[in-house]
Ligand binder design. Sequence first.
Ligand code: ZN
Length: 354
Amino acid sequence: MTAGILPPIENETFSSWVYRCSVASPEISLRLRSPSVKSWSGRFIDEWIYEDPDFDVDSEFLRFAAEDLSLSSDLIEEMVRRENRTVLTWPARRIYCRECLRGDVSRGHLPAWRKEWCYVDSVFCTVHGLQFSCLKHEHDIEKGWVAFSDSALQKGCFSRDFETWVTDPVRAEKHKLLQQIHSWRERRYSEIEIDFDILLNCFELVFSLFLQAPTTEHSGGLGWHISHWGSGRPNLGRYRHSYGRSLSTGVMEAGINERVCALILAGRAFGIISPADIEVLSSSARSFYYPFSYSKEALGHCCSNYNNSDEYLYLMSQFERFPIASMGLLAEFISGVQRKQHNTIAHSAWLRGR
Ligand SMILES: [Zn+2]
């Protein structure tokens, strides 16, 4: 291994570590020749696909850095190790804990990006008991430093609803519920005789339904209906998305407030959070966000958001990937999903009859 390399901070991403090493050592910086993450154009205008410099050992970034710095395979293996959860794409890795970054700087390190911030359903720092923050724009491997300086310059609240969202009692209740979901996820296997990893995958599917991208074809998941504090509904309608693609796009492009809402709603759908648990949050947030008080069945009805029978069948095929045992937890929610299908078929029949 090359001299002058810094030890990685616990749980640090590979790209963050390479950035910190290149800033700390002129020799390493010279060897790496301004490393950056590779991208190429996608199928749509202005669409860019990025390699994964943090978890993909075949990415150019990782291969070149490993070769230039003579890194051992053990070290690489340790750095790319991750949990069995979906990771955000590179440009979507904008979510961070400002207190973790401040802690790095106070200990004399450059701010380090953490692996825990790279998962689609990461919204809450359990070390600091704090909802994550979100960079407005994508950045290259220096994003830890950008996030640190952004959070140091953070501006105050800009609307009454937003102020309610980030102050007590809503703030404290949100954190309590997010901690509850985190504790549930920390259990490796449940008592209900199904593989907990499968249950977590099913949870991710429901979470992605609440974050379905608002497009020209779909109005978007319930999570998107918050956080545009008085500025109207969001619209990612740059392309004509299929139903499946609207789910995978929304979960990548959502900001932190949409994610928090979607996670809490998914916790309700699975019964991790009871109506009593959520009562304070739902009554405090009711003036600007009703869905916290919805029943499981109403959540299923409102979040499925399909336009025709093909999209309905696609959605049900996604649920059918999971064993009946996990579906039992979701029975009320699924019945809400199916209730919308009855309305959709009735509406289609009515249209055909005109
Ligand atoms: Zn933290």
